[in-house]
Ligand binder design. Structure first.
Ligand code: ZN
Length: 249
């Protein structure tokens, strides 16, 4: 019989799982605040309605659950058969009835949570491959989901903001983003300085720390992360006009 609590005894992983489930609950709350008619409305993402965001978050849970199953069984199961199949699913999902869309989100989230719950300690280090082709331990799936649910809750554009996202999640997100820029060499001359607001990440510096004359982007942690994810430049300042952040995904 399956356990009712997480199999893993690793405190760090237990904490990460809590953060992912909190994010899922937060997304669920924002989704439940929307009427069926409001699902047709726009989001912070170009060309995506709320329907697209909900479908994507639902299919993302299924895709991540496939990686956890892979780690559990050793049978290779990719997140998506192809990028085209992923996009096709999202466009199809966006046409579902409101009740079916809401069920997709709810059921896929529960399924993923159960897959995590039942994964034994020894399997969390098993290697799986993300849709971007990165090979990562199964434990990374928790973070992959965490950032999706928190950021896409803001994308729903019905009142959630980056200030609602826990500081730890924002910091890790900013590390991911600036790391991706560095890998691609698109961070040249860009330095991010986090100002002291609400104690979160105060004094942290991200980006191109070796530049002699960098463009310094300054703001509170939620604001700089909002900018870095390409969701707008509210609350960030620099000398002159704030540039668009380099692409991240
Ligand atoms: Zn996403």
């Amino acid at each position: 019989m399956a356990a009712r609590h997480d199999q893993t005894t690793d405190p760090g992983l237990q904490e990460d799982l809590l953060q992912a489930r909190r994010g899922t609950a937060f997304f669920a709350r924002k989704l439940n605040e929307l009427t069926d008619a409001e699902l047709d409305g726009g989001t912070l993402l170009p060309d995506w309605t709320r329907r697209h965001v909900v479908a994507h978050v639902g299919y993302n849970a299924r895709a991540i659950a496939r990686l956890v199953e892979w780690a559990a069984t050793g049978v290779e199961t990719p997140m998506y058969p192809s990028p085209e199949a992923r996009n096709h699913d999202i466009n199809f999902g966006a046409t579902l009835s409101p009740i079916a869309l809401r069920n997709l989100f709810d059921h896929s989230a529960v399924h993923l949570s159960v897959e995590w719950r039942d994964l034994p300690d020894t399997n969390w280090a098993n290697q799986v491959r993300t849709a971007q082709g990165r090979t990562v331990p199964a434990s990374e799936t928790v973070w992959m989901r965490t950032r999706e649910v928190w950021v896409h809750a803001v994308d729903l554009d019905n009142g959630a903001s980056f200030s609602d996202i826990p500081g730890q999640v924002l910091e890790r997100l900013l590390q991911d983003i600036t790391g991706a820029w560095k890998t691609r060499g698109t961070d040249t001359g860009l330095l991010i300085k986090v100002t002291s607001t609400a104690g979160n990440g105060a004094g942290l510096t991200f980006g191109d720390t070796s530049a002699t004359n960098p463009t310094i982007i300054t703001g509170a942690l939620p604001a700089v992360v909002e900018w870095a994810t390409g969701r707008g430049a509210t609350g960030v300042t620099t000398t002159g006009e704030v540039p668009a952040a380099p692409p991240w995904i």
